[in-house]
Design a protein around this ligand. Sequence first.
Ligand code: ADP
Ligand code: MG
Length: 250
Amino acid sequence: MNASRPAPALTPSGAPETRKPLIEMRRIVKTFHTPAGDFHALKGIDLCFYEGEFVAVVGRSGSGKSTLVNMITGIDHPTAGSVFVGEVEIHRLPEGKMSIWRGKNLGIVFQFYQLLPMLTLLENVLLPMDFAGVIPWAQREDRARSLLDLVGLGDEADYLPAEISGGQQQSAAVARALANDPPMIIADEPTGNLDSKTANAVFAIFTRLAGEGKTIIMVTHDNSLARRTGRAVYLSDGGLVNSAGQEARR
Ligand code: ADP
Ligand code: MG
């Protein structure tokens, strides 16, 4: 482990934060090298997430939200800085180890569901279980069916994604994210493509999961949803700001 791990953060009131973070991002910089020159998508982010929190990551399109959460999921790597999840230094894991770690520890939900179209909902939820090998084989189908039940799709388990609505597909994607019972769920604009009624239904599932102790990080640009989470962090031009858009105090 890294001996130069930085000092603990401050709470919003300026008091030292005494809880141990589950996710600890330190001085995260992400620079994309483009033909037009270097583009700094994240400009030195210090941010912690704690176990059991439901946190909204809010900001305009292009502010760096996806880039930020991709640093936690390991979908992308920081140019500089560190990301610890528990004792694991995510930014140092080679891709093979990363995908195994991710499969066991993270449930990821995307804006456009990313269900496999040729597989039934049941098969979509079984896939991560087969990949990670955490859930014993004999329990997998029952578990997949009960997860689909949990998100209100008990009767649709044998449907293909194209046979159900967008909101139902996103609910199925949430069930899939829960396949290996990960402690953390990372969702990138999970309601961005849904009408407000179905968005509320999907949001209610996240709220329930947070109540059960899961740590949930949800990117959104819907302020009304963000206000209903435990905490919101605001991004603007690759930096943290407060809710009024001013640069946040560290
Ligand atoms: P958000 O999710 O908040 O809409 P992103 O994190 O996707 O924003 O992107 C932040 C900025 O970084 C945007 O200006 C985007 O164009 C830029 N960006 C994202 N990915 C790349 C990339 N692979 N190459 C170059 N620029 C990128
Ligand atoms: Mg995005």
